[in-house]
Write a protein that binds this ligand. Structure first.
Ligand SMILES: [Mn+2]
Length: 313
């Protein structure tokens, strides 16, 4: 009998790899963070909070876990930042190639280097939507290109990068920026149309990398670098819902939960936000959304994947 833990404590029948449309990969890595350590504890805190969450989403009227959510083994490679990135890249790609909707929970933001590399290789014409307080555009930091401060440098070189919520950076990063595609928090605060303006910059296929420090520290204090002036919950949901409705979101990651045992609301926010994103994905792209519909040909993101079906690999 398989007693392996499931995501959010869902029944085993919804947690098998073969029948799950969704995969969650935990990456408890915190090798390069510079201030408060603890993002390596993020995935466990996220999973614990997820188990205490109710699984009916009121807004979409859905129970997305019934699409099947497979909780992959955590990636624990930490011999070097480069080895961790390679492991994340390989494993992410493996699940994308099985036509799963792949999600990753970090860990610090350097895990996204491997995740994004995998998505970029598997999908055409991708935009990386980077929601973060920090620009993360350094080419190298503290001797490594795989530092959290470099999370989106590589993708900025080779695909469309759109950055949202930025309010902390080094002047050197400005050289790397395409200012039409960077939405600074101080501008968003006075621009009612920022959501539409962001969506105008996205291509059809979108990968979302969500650094939880993009959120305001008043609602997300448990993160390594809590920068004032961030996004609030309902505006974040409104924005994400628009993105999921208007674009083909091919996957996402969520990083930088740095749990504090005396402050559980951040863990719970991360768990709910993650589940919301899944709910938006599977409720919005399929008008005939119907719980219990297991017709895998209707996989709403596969039509734009380079991999047409499971026989291709
Ligand atoms: Mn950040």
């Amino acid at each position: 009998m398989n007693t392996k833990k499931t995501y959010a404590g869902i029944p085993q029948e919804f947690g098998n790899l073969s029948t799950s449309k969704i995969v969650v990969i935990p990456v408890p890595y915190d090798g390069t963070s510079t201030w408060q350590k603890g993002a390596d504890k993020g995935p466990q805190a996220f999973l614990d909070a997820s188990e205490n969450m109710e699984l009916y989403d009121i807004e979409t009227g859905s129970e997305v876990y019934k699409e099947g959510v497979y909780l992959a083994d955590a990636i624990t490679e930490n011999s070097s930042p480069e080895a961790m990135v390679d492991a994340v890249h390989d494993i992410t790609k493996k699940y994308i190639n099985r036509n799963k909707f792949v999600t990753v929970f970090g860990g610090e933001h350097s895990v996204s280097i491997g995740t994004i590399r995998a998505f970029n290789e598997c999908f055409n014409n991708i935009t990386v939507l980077h929601i973060d307080a920090h620009a993360d555009l350094r080419k190298e930091y503290e001797g490594s290109k795989c530092n959290h401060a470099c999370a989106v440098y590589e993708v900025n070189q080779n695909t469309n990068l759109v950055q949202v919520g930025i309010r902390s950076m080094d002047i050197s990063e400005k050289r790397e920026m395409n200012l039409d595609k960077v939405f600074f928090a101080h501008d968003m605060a006075v621009n009612e149309d920022w959501m539409e303006d962001v969506i105008d910059q996205l291509s059809e296929n979108v990968f979302i990398t969500f650094d939880l420090d993009a959120l305001d520290p008043s609602i997300m204090p448990s993160t390594g670098t809590p920068e004032p002036g961030g996004l609030f919950y309902y505006e974040t949901l409104e924005f994400l819902k628009e993105v999921f409705e208007q674009k083909n979101v091919v996957g996402f990651d969520m990083v930088e939960l740095c749990p504090n045992e005396n402050e559980k609301s951040s863990d719970f926010l991360a768990a709910k936000l993650f589940y919301k994103m899944l709910s938006y994905k599977f409720a919005s792209n399929d008008d005939s959304y119907d719980i219990g519909d297991d017709n895998s040909d209707e996989n709403p993101f596969s039509k734009l994947s380079k991999f047409k079906d499971e026989d291709d690999f």
